[in-house]
Write a protein that binds this ligand. Structure first.
Ligand code: ASP
Length: 358
């Protein structure tokens, strides 16, 4: 599905890719109950039309609907479509920058996906790719979508000297690297950026900017975008009080290819999982462990020596680690086809060991 505004595709423009979310949501009774609504109801062309008259002079806008969903329903296939659309746009000389309107629930996963598959290209093409969304549906009093979209469009169109090409997110007047966003509040207007190192979009903070440059210097090569139907099957399993071995053993007869363990504390898991997880790894199931605490890194051999093959998630949260493991398994498969001896652990480490912005 695609909709293009009345600008010729060869005219320099910003491209707005619509994925849906609350920014495109409608509430039946917005005055009485703005938080009871359906996400992904309004087309991206209408969202763009609403702000078109206030975008900076001379900036042309072209919109394209990639999906119009509640982002809790995001699929691997949606990511493939979005990744390919972003890649094409980065390579299109007429596109000056890209804004993606997206649901906030899973923006975290899309952020990691786009950094890992298009981050280098965005940097070398000197274009910003900016994810944005809203916490209130489009017809709610005080809806935050229009101002977020406008901030993203303004930032995407400002000079590249201000901040390099790359994959970012904007909400509530602030911008961060898309790999740093994670929804950490159910309702706050800044929910996805609340705990992320960020900068005001109006006045770029120099120490944040030097952190961005350090991340970009360390990101040397984009990973391939898995084709639809080629995404490895990876599950997140949470360790908790009373965890049972059956939670792991029930998977051993399935075709699952990887587990991300959202562990307690440093990313540890219940002792009752030790034996079945060793069995899973012996069967070739990839294992990453992370922390369910919501903050802080998961480091190798802490608190105990890692069993062979198990990889800690570094700075990646469980949702990001899951996407990272899918991309790493896919890259290792493709790399091995080409005769390169890189393992999924090698590809995963590139994402997990990126410098953190303080
Ligand atoms: N459930 C919505 C979504 O992720 C929430 C939002 O957009 O803020 O699509």
């Amino acid at each position: 599905m695609s909709s293009i505004s009345n600008v010729s595709e060869n005219t320099p423009h910003l491209l707005i890719l619509g994925m849906g979310g609350t920014i495109a949501g409608l509430a039946p009774n917005p005055e009485e109950n703005p938080l009871q609504y359906q996400a992904g109801q309004v087309g991206v062309d209408a969202l763009v039309a609403h702000v078109q008259s206030v975008v900076p002079e001379g900036v042309k806008l072209v919109s394209r609907q990639v999906a119009n969903i509640n982002s809790r329903n995001l699929t691997d296939a949606h990511l493939t479509s979005l990744g390919l659309a972003v890649k094409d746009a980065l390579l299109d000389a007429a596109v000056q920058g890209i804004v993606i309107t997206h649901g906030t629930d899973t923006m975290e996963e899309t952020g990691l996906f786009l950094q890992a598959t298009c981050g280098k290209l965005a940097h070398t093409q000197s274009k910003r790719v900016i994810l944005t969304g809203a916490m209130l549906p489009s017809n709610a009093p005080g809806a935050d979508g229009p101002s977020n979209l406008l901030d993203a469009l303004r930032w995407a169109s400002t000079s590249i000297d201000n901040c390099p090409g790359g994959i970012y997110a904007v909400m509530d007047g602030r911008g961060c690297m898309a790999i740093d966003l994670a929804k950490r509040h159910a309702t706050a207007l800044n929910a996805p950026l609340q705990n992320a190192p960020s900068s005001s979009v109006g006045l770029i903070n120099p120490s944040w900017l030097s952190g961005v440059k350090a991340v970009q210097a360390a990101w040397n090569e984009d990973l391939p975008i898995p084709q639809e139907g080629e995404w490895p099957w990876v599950e997140i399993l949470t360790s908790h009080t009373g965890a049972r071995p059956e939670t792991i053993t029930q998977w051993l007869s399935s075709s699952v290819q990887g587990f991300v363990i959202a562990g307690t504390g440093h990313g540890g898991f219940h002792d009752d999982w030790l034996k079945p997880l060793d069995q899973a790894m012996a069967q070739g199931i990839a294992l990453v462990r992370t922390t369910r605490t919501g903050a802080g890194a998961t480091l190798p051999n802490i608190p105990e020596i890692d069993h062979f093959g198990c990889r800690p998630s570094g700075s990646l949260t469980a949702p990001r680690a899951r996407i990272g493991l899918q991309l790493a398994l896919n890259a290792a498969k493709q790399g091995n086809k080409a005769g390169k001896p890189l393992t999924w652990q090698d590809f995963f480490a590139r994402m997990a060991d990126l410098p953190e912005i303080r």
